[in-house]
Design a protein around this ligand. Structure first.
Ligand code: HEC
Ligand code: HEC
Ligand code: HEC
Ligand code: HEC
Ligand code: HEC
Ligand code: HEC
Ligand code: HEC
Length: 540
C-alpha cells in the first residue's frame, strides 16, 4: 500500500550529448567572492543543473502504442521565460498540463514535474538526448499514462538543493515547493553559516578530509540507490548532512549476490558506489580509492582520456606502462567502458567495476533470477538496535516489488520480533499491516493501521490503509468513513476516489458512484480516467 504510491524511481539514459550551459546560480552567490574558481566550475556541472525551471526543448509529438495515447508538446518563448504545454489524448478524452520544473540536466534526459494545489506530480513523458520525446522510465508499458504519479520528497532528495515537503504527507509541499533548484554546495559541504562567520579552513566540511565512511556517505546519499533505502525511525532521507555516516539517517539494502565480485551482473542506474566497491582497485587499496579520487565536482575535465589516465597512474605508477600491453593510452576506454544499463531504458553508463578484462556485453541482471537467492544485505549496518527493523522493512518493500513471498515472510517475522521496541513507528506498523492484509487477515491489519493513525493522525495515507483493511473485511461503512477522512486531510490523494467508487458499485448505488467520480474529476480535472469515469457512470 505504501508501495502503491511509490513509483519506479529511476531513470534512463541515452548517448552523451553536450553538457548543460553554465548559469551562475543564486544559491552560490555567498561563496563566489572568495571561491570564484570552485563556484564557476561547479556551475558548469550536471549536478548544478539537476533540477531547474522549464528548459528549451524542441516541440514534438508521438503516440504510445500500448495505450494508444497521443502526446504533443508545445514550447513558446516569452519575456517570462520558456513556457511548455504537454498535451495528451486517448479515446476521445484529452488534457493539457504546464510543467513547472524540469528534472535532470538533459545530458541523458529531462523529466517534468507538475504543480497542482501545492502537490507535485510527475509527467509521464521525458525528452531524451539523442532520441527526443518518449515515455518516462517506468511508464513504457503503462496502459493508462497520465499526470497522476505523486512526486515524493524521496524522489527530490537526490535532485534538488532544498525542497519543502509538508510533514506526514505524500507529495504536498510548502509554497514554493523548492527553494534551491540544482544541487547546492551545502549538499556536499554541510551548513555554511559557521564558515561565513569565520571563513577559515576547518569551519566547513571538506569531504576529502572526513573519515572514510563519512567521506563515502557524501556521494552515496545520491549515487547509491540500492534495492531499498530505509529511513531510520523519525528520520527522512533528506535529513542526511555531510559529516554523518549514511546509516545515522537511513540504511541502503542490496542483493547479497550483487556484492560478489566473481559474479559481474549487468549495470543498474545509480549504482556507481556499488560497482566501485566490487573493483580490485577499491578492494586492494585500503579505503584510499573513493569517488573523489577520480571526480572533482568543481572541475569538468576538458580531455577525459588524459584526466582519468593521470588518476589511474596516481596509484598504478608509470612503471605499469613498461609491462602493460600496448596501446595503453586510453585506460578508461578499455577498463571503464560505457555500457547499457539493465533497468534504465535505452541508456548507457560507465562501468565502475574497473575490470581487468571487460565482461561480455550482456550478462545476467544485478537482480537475481526468479529461483535464485533474493537475500538482502545492508550496504553498511545501522545501529544494532535498528538492524532487524530496517532489514525487515527492506525485505517487505523489495519482496512486494519482485513478488517474492518468502522475502516478505522473512521481513514480517523480523518486524513482529522487534515491534515491542518500536510501538509508534509508522513505517513498521504500515509494513506489518500490509503483510497482514496480504495474508488476508484484515481485522488484525486494521488494528495495526489504527495504531499508525494514532501515531500520525494527520497522515492521510494511514486512513487510506485502514479503509482498505475495512473494505477487505467487508465493512463498507467503516471503509467509507476512513476514505472520507483521508480525503478531508488530502483531497489530492487519488486512490480514495477510485476505492470509494468501487464500494458504491458493489453496493449498487449508481448515483453515489457518479457523484464520487464527479468529486474525483473536480480534484483532477484533466485526468483522462476521471473524465471517462464521469461520462460512463452518467450513462447508467
Ligand atoms: C570571506 C571569504 C569566504 C567566503 C565568503 C567563503 N569562504 Fe570558504 N574558505 C575561505 C578561506 C579563507 C578558506 C581557507 C582556505 C585555505 O586554507 O586554503 C576557505 C575554505 C573553504 C573550504 C575548505 C575547507 C577545508 O577545511 O578544507 C571549503 C569547502 C569552503 N571554503 C567552502 C565554502 C562555501 C561552500 C562557501 C559559500 C557558502 C564559502 N566557502 C564561502 C573563505 C571564504
Ligand atoms: C544531492 C545529491 C547528490 C550528491 C550529494 C552527489 N551527487 Fe553527483 N549527481 C547527482 C545527480 C542527480 C546527478 C545527475 C545530474 C543530472 O544530469 O541531472 C549527478 C551527477 C554526477 C556526475 C556526472 C557529471 C556531472 O557533471 O555532474 C558525477 C561525476 C558525480 N555526480 C559525482 C559525484 C561525487 C563524486 C559526489 C560526492 C563528492 C556526488 N556526485 C555527490 C546527485 C548528487
Ligand atoms: C537515489 C538518488 C536518486 C533518486 C531517488 C532519483 N534520482 Fe534521478 N538521478 C540520480 C542520479 C545520480 C542521476 C545521474 C545518473 C546516474 O548517475 O546514474 C539521475 C538521473 C536522472 C535523470 C537524467 C538526467 C540526465 O543525466 O540527463 C532524470 C530525468 C531523473 N534522474 C529523474 C528522476 C525522477 C523523476 C526521480 C523521482 C521519481 C528520480 N530521478 C529519483 C539520482 C536519483
Ligand atoms: C558534489 C559534491 C560537491 C559540491 C556540490 C560542491 N563541492 Fe566543493 N568539494 C567537494 C569535494 C569532494 C572537495 C574535496 C576536493 C579534494 O580535495 O579532493 C571539495 C572541496 C572544495 C573546496 C576546497 C578546495 C581545495 O582545493 O581545498 C572549496 C573551496 C569548495 N569545495 C567550494 C565549493 C563551493 C563554493 C561549492 C558550491 C558552488 C561546492 N564546493 C560544491 C565536493 C563538492
Ligand atoms: C587508489 C589507487 C588506485 C587507483 C586510483 C586506481 N587503481 Fe587500479 N588497482 C589498485 C590496486 C591496489 C589494485 C590491485 C593491484 C594488485 O593487487 O596488484 C588495482 C588493480 C587494477 C587492475 C587489475 C584488476 C584485476 O581484477 O586484476 C586494473 C585493470 C586496474 N587496477 C585498472 C585501473 C584503472 C584503469 C584505473 C583508472 C581509471 C585505476 N586502476 C585506478 C589501485 C588503484
Ligand atoms: C577510477 C576512477 C573513478 C572512480 C573512483 C569513480 N569514477 Fe565515476 N566515472 C569515471 C569515469 C572514467 C567516468 C566516465 C567519464 C566520461 O565518460 O567522460 C565516470 C562517470 C561517472 C558518472 C557519469 C555517469 C556515468 O556512469 O557515465 C557518475 C554519475 C559518476 N561517475 C559517479 C561516481 C561516483 C558516485 C563515484 C564513487 C562511488 C565514482 N564515480 C568513482 C571514473 C571514476
Ligand atoms: C587497449 C585496451 C587497454 C588499454 C588502453 C589499457 N589497458 Fe590495462 N589491460 C588491458 C588488458 C587486456 C589487460 C589484461 C592483461 C592480462 O590479463 O594479461 C590489462 C591489464 C591491466 C592491469 C593489470 C596489470 C597486471 O599486471 O596485473 C592494470 C593495473 C591496468 N591494465 C591498468 C591500465 C591503465 C592504468 C591504463 C592506462 C594507462 C590501461 N590499463 C590501459 C587492456 C588495456
Amino acid at each position: 500500500m505504501t508501495r502503491l504510491f511509490k513509483f519506479a524511481g529511476m531513470l534512463l539514459i541515452a548517448p552523451l550529448l553536450a553538457g548543460a550551459v553554465a548559469q551562475p546560480r543564486a544559491g552560490d552567490v555567498r561563496c563566489t567572492r572568495c571561491h570564484p574558481t570552485e563556484t564557476e566550475a561547479y556551475a558548469r556541472t550536471q549536478m548544478a543543473h539537476s533540477l531547474s525551471g522549464i528548459t528549451r526543448e524542441p516541440p514534438g509529438s508521438f503516440t504510445q502504442a500500448v495505450s494508444n495515447t497521443h502526446f504533443s508538446i508545445e514550447v513558446t518563448d516569452s519575456n517570462e521565460g520558456v513556457r511548455m504545454v504537454q498535451h495528451l489524448e486517448r479515446d476521445g478524452f484529452s488534457g493539457s498540463y504546464v510543467p513547472t520544473y524540469a528534472i535532470g540536466s538533459g545530458t541523458h534526459a529531462v523529466g517534468y514535474l507538475i504543480e497542482r494545489g501545492g502537490h507535485l506530480f510527475q509527467s509521464p513523458i521525458c525528452f531524451y538526448a539523442g532520441r527526443g520525446w518518449d515515455m518516462a522510465p517506468g511508464y513504457e508499458q503503462n496502459q493508462r499514462p497520465d499526470f497522476l504519479r505523486p512526486v515524493t520528497a524521496d524522489c527530490l532528495a537526490c535532485h534538488v538543493g532544498k525542497e519543502q515537503p509538508v510533514m506526514d504527507s505524500l507529495n504536498r509541499y510548502e509554497d514554493p515547493p523548492i527553494t534551491a533548484e540544482g544541487i547546492t554546495c551545502e549538499r556536499c559541504h554541510g551548513p555554511a553559516d559557521a564558515h561565513l562567520r569565520n571563513p577559515v579552513a576547518g569551519s566547513i566540511i571538506n569531504p576529502a578530509k572526513l573519515p572514510e565512511r563519512a567521506r563515502d556517505s557524501v556521494c552515496e546519499q545520491c549515487h547509491l540507490s540500492g534495492e531499498a533505502r530505509i529511513a531510520n525511525p523519525g528520520k527522512q532521507l533528506s535529513d542526511f548532512q555531510p559529516g554523518q555516516n549514511l546509516e545515522d539517517v537511513f540504511s541502503v539494502y542490496v542483493f547479497a549476490s550483487s556484492r560478489d565480485p566473481s559474479q559481474p551482473g549487468a549495470l543498474k542506474v545509480i549504482s556507481q558506489a556499488q560497482q566501485l566497491a566490487l573493483s580490485t582497485c577499491a578492494r586492494r587499496s585500503n579505503g584510499q580509492l573513493w569517488c573523489g579520487t577520480c571526480h572533482d565536482p568543481h572541475r569538468q575535465p576538458t580531455d577525459a582520456k588524459a584526466w582519468f589516465r593521470a588518476r589511474c597512474l596516481s596509484c598504478h605508477g608509470d612503471a605499469l606502462l613498461r609491462t602493460h600491453p600496448k596501446p595503453n593510452d586510453d585506460c578508461i576506454g578499455c577498463h571503464m567502458p560505457h555500457r547499457p544499463v539493465s533497468d534504465g531504458g535505452h541508456t548507457v553508463f560507465t562501468d565502475h567495476r574497473i575490470a581487468r578484462r571487460p565482461p561480455a556485453e550482456s550478462v545476467a541482471s544485478t537482480a537475481p533470477g526468479a529461483n535464485e537467492d533474493h537475500s538482502l544485505v545492508a550496504w553498511q549496518e545501522p545501529a544494532t538496535a535498528l538492524e532487524q527493523r530496517d532489514l525487515g522493512l527492506a525485505e517487505i518493500e523489495v519482496g512486494e516489488r519482485i513478488k517474492d513471498a518468502v522475502l516478505i515472510a522473512h521481513g514480517a517475522k523480523r518486524l513482529s520480533d522487534v515491534w515491542p521496541g518500536f510501538p509508534k513507528d509508522v513505517a513498521l506498523l504500515t509494513g506489518i499491516g500490509q503483510v497482514l492484509l496480504g495474508v488476508n487477515d484484515p481485522q488484525e491489519a486494521e488494528a495495526v493501521f489504527e495504531q499508525a493513525i494514532q501515531a500520525e493522525p494527520d497522515n492521510a495515507s494511514n486512513y487510506l490503509h485502514a479503509a482498505l483493511a475495512w473494505n477487505t473485511a467487508h465493512d463498507p461503512e467503516k471503509a467509507i468513513e476512513y476514505l472520507e477522512k483521508a480525503l478531508r486531510l488530502d483531497p489530492l490523494l487519488e486512490q480514495p476516489y477510485t476505492v470509494l467508487a468501487g464500494i458504491y458499485k458493489e453496493e449498487n448505488q449508481p448515483a453515489m458512484v457518479h457523484m464520487t467520480y464527479e468529486r474525483y474529476l473536480k480534484a483532477f480535472p484533466k485526468s483522462l480516467e476521471a473524465q471517462r469515469d464521469v461520462k460512463e457512470s452518467a450513462l447508467r
